[in-house]
Design a protein around this ligand. Structure first.
Ligand code: NAD
Length: 249
């Protein structure tokens, strides 16, 4: 028996082969969920969904396009009858210093994390409220908690801190309808967002700040998402769960 048997889950930004979204979608599918993978490119989203097995779906969806987000969520609800779980995973980062951030950098990074999380959540909330059931998992970051990281600039920290605010505010508002909203704060996880951007010296510096002495794996974050998506966390809402190898100890 899977923890998500009979559930329908939507994971945004989940087409990237080594990404946290794909690992989460895969684990959800292994636990019985039918999964919709949303990402910028239709063919990549479809290919990622096909990797999970025959019953899953991949669709192009730019999370900062409110109209497209609503259209995609409506189409999924119409075809599959329900959305039980939403993982707001899409995110981008830029390794800029404070004074290097131009308006277009600020907009690009904050838009995907903040508008994306807001729009995707707004698109599923009426449906979840009506069913008096739903779990929403938002991807924040250790960068929000400790004021920056080696691969994310201050605008990324601000965006991910904003995600924590959105998580708590939406959790408070939606709790009476049994719609739960929680956040994950990953530390340094080996994915495309972090790999190839660090010199060996930078990597050594990052690892020195992690008591467990290693980068996390995507499955470490996926496991936490599974807990928050499933009924195992039925009484958790508005929480932030750290998956960081002890980086904040
Ligand atoms: P990734 O770059 O591997 O994947 C991100 C995915 O988001 C890509 O498939 C990309 O196409 C998609 N995407 C980007 N903009 C989009 C948009 N507008 N609409 C839809 N999809 C879009 O990243 P990852 O490392 O898997 O990170 C996933 C999430 O976790 C992000 O929110 C990231 O900020 C967060 N995070 C990652 C780490 C880490 O160490 N990897 C640490 C903390 C937080």
């Amino acid at each position: 028996m899977g923890l998500l048997d009979g559930k329908f889950a939507v994971v945004t930004g989940a087409a990237s082969a080594r990404g946290l979204g794909k690992a989460t979608a895969k684990l959800f599918a292994e636990h019985g969920a039918t999964v919709a993978i949303l990402d910028l490119d239709q063919a990549q989203a479809e290919a990622a969904a096909a990797d999970l097995g025959p019953n899953h779906v991949g669709m192009a969806c730019n999370v900062i396009d409110k109209a497209q987000v609503q259209q995609v969520m409506d189409a999924l609800i119409e075809k599959w009858g329900q959305i039980d779980i939403l993982v707001n995973n899409a995110g981008i980062t830029q390794p800029l210093k404070f004074m290097e951030i131009e308006p277009e950098n600020y907009e690009a990074v904050t838009d995907v994390s903040l508008r994306g999380t807001l729009y995707c959540t707004q698109a599923v909330v009426p449906h979840m409220r009506q069913r008096k059931s739903g779990s929403i998992v938002n991807l924040s970051s250790v960068s929000a908690q400790r004021g920056g990281g080696i691969f994310g600039g201050p605008h990324y920290s601000a965006a991910k801190a904003g995600v924590l605010g959105l998580t708590k505010a939406s959790a408070r508002e939606l709790a009476p309808d049994n719609v739960r909203v929680n956040a994950i704060c990953p530390g340094f996880i080996a994915t495309d967002i972090t790999q190839g951007k660090l010199t060996p010296e930078m990597k050594e510096q990052v690892l020195a700040g992690i008591p467990m002495g290693r980068a996390g794996e995507a499955i470490d974050v996926a496991g936490c998402a599974l807990f928050l998506a499933s009924d195992l966390s039925a009484y958790c809402t508005g929480t932030e769960v750290d998956v960081n190898g002890g980086s904040l100890i």
